[in-house]
Design a protein around this ligand. Structure first.
Ligand SMILES: *[C@@H]1O[C@H](CO)[C@@H](O)[C@H](O)[C@H]1NC(C)=O
Ligand SMILES: *[C@@H]1O[C@H](CO)[C@@H](O)[C@H](O)[C@H]1NC(C)=O
Length: 352
């Protein structure tokens, strides 16, 4: 009769012992390393411990000096080359492992089992995805989307301003290009009231392109950004006209537009704006900026214009040259030439 309570006690203890100790929960940002703790108070240098994920996948095994790192086969593909133990801690019973370059798919329940004593410990691992994929909904103090404005505009530059208001904790604000490179900006202006931050960051840009202002609150794992397209005016230099070759009857002219972005259309025109038939343009590109040369053979005295047009940014620039050809008749399209010619004719007729 006295045995019954004892039995109940033993059963309860057994039930409690067999129910999994939940163990610690560890959160890590994808790509970072993480240490999963496991230890026992005895020297385990000559012992065996097994790490498993979700009860089956073999993560790591150590046995008397051998390990999954090099000697033991059976490790699951997912963990190959990314797991190690701490050899220096073995004599103190430290069976923790380090997983490098964590992936979201590493998330799960891990167990660490000491073979000889049948002791098992548990760790839950949560690998957080990249910052960008997280929504704002459940993050207190998440910074609002930055607001981007153009403060000033010059011939060939724009001063952009990014503002993040009322963010807590304090965000890091950066200007980046589309490839994610951080661009050199001015010093941020930071003001704080009641633990909430207003940050203003200016940048002077001289190239046409996309610019991003990115606000990152590392501690709450929140990132938000705003992008703007800046058509920097004057990015196509004024065309440069050179006379490549000339005879009495014709001239070979070349128009050169260097370092233009976006790609301009280059054309030869007369003073009336008619497009003149030219050769095929030669186009070369480096880093998104274009060099274009366009040649034309002219056979008439007159004014010739080279016009560079960047339709998308509504930018046009031109250069003009006057070509005088001894052997050719005056270009009748040119009023000055017409006047001069008529004057000469009149003078000649008068003299006669
Ligand atoms: C085990 O070793 C790791 C690495 O040195 C250390 O971070 C961890 O705290 C150790 N654990 C214990 C229980 O000593
Ligand atoms: C360890 O547990 C297994 C079953 O999980 C059992 O078969 C074995 O006898 C136990 N060994 C010790 C030493 O308790």
């Amino acid at each position: 009769m006295e045995l019954l309570p004892l039995c109940v006690c033993v059963l309860m203890w057994a039930a409690a012992a067999s129910a999994e100790e939940p163990g610690p929960e560890i959160t890590v940002i994808e790509g970072h390393d993480v240490t999963l703790p496991c230890s026992i108070s005895e020297d385990i240098t000559a012992e065996r411990f097994d790490w498993r994920a979700d009860g089956q996948k073999e993560v790591y095994v150590y046995e008397g000096g051998l390990s999954s790192s090099k000697d033991l086969s059976g490790q699951h593909e997912q963990f190959k080359g990314r797991v190690s133990h701490f050899p220096g801690g073995l004599k103190d019973g430290n069976a923790s492992i380090k997983i490098s370059n964590t992936k979201v798919s590493d998330s799960g329940k891990y167990s660490c089992e000491f073979r000889r004593t049948n002791q098992t410990q548990h760790v839950k691992l949560l690998v957080d995805g990249p910052l960008k994929d997280r929504g704002d909904e459940n993050i207190p103090g998440a910074a609002p989307k930055p607001s981007v404005t153009t403060l000033q505009r010059g011939e060939d530059w724009e001063l952009l301003q990014c503002q993040v208001l009322g963010a807590s904790p304090k965000p890091e604000v950066q200007w980046k290009d589309r490839e994610g490179n951080i661009l050199p900006a001015e010093e941020p202006k930071i003001s704080e009231r009641g633990g909430s931050y207003d940050i203003t960051l200016q940048i002077k840009v001289t190239k046409t392109g996309y610019y991003r202002c990115v606000s990152t609150q590392e501690t709450v794992r929140h990132q938000t950004e705003a992008e703007t397209y800046v058509p920097v005016r004057g990015t196509a230099q004024k065309p440069n006209i050179v006379t490549i070759d000339q005879t009495d009857n014709w001239a070979q002219l070349q128009c050169e537009v260097l370092g233009a972005s976006p790609k301009p259309e280059v054309q030869w025109k007369d003073r009336e704006g008619n497009i003149l038939p030219a050769e095929e343009p030669k186009i070369s590109e480096r880093g998104g900026s274009y060099d274009i040369t366009l040649q034309i053979k002219v056979t008439k005295t007159g004014y010739y214009r080279c016009v560079s047009t960047q339709e998308t940014i509504r930018h046009q620039t031109e250069a003009e040259t006057y070509i005088y050809l001894h052997g050719s008749l005056t270009g009748w399209s040119d009023p000055v030439s017409v006047a001069v010619t008529l004057l000469v004719v009149c003078v000649v007729l008068t003299v006669l």
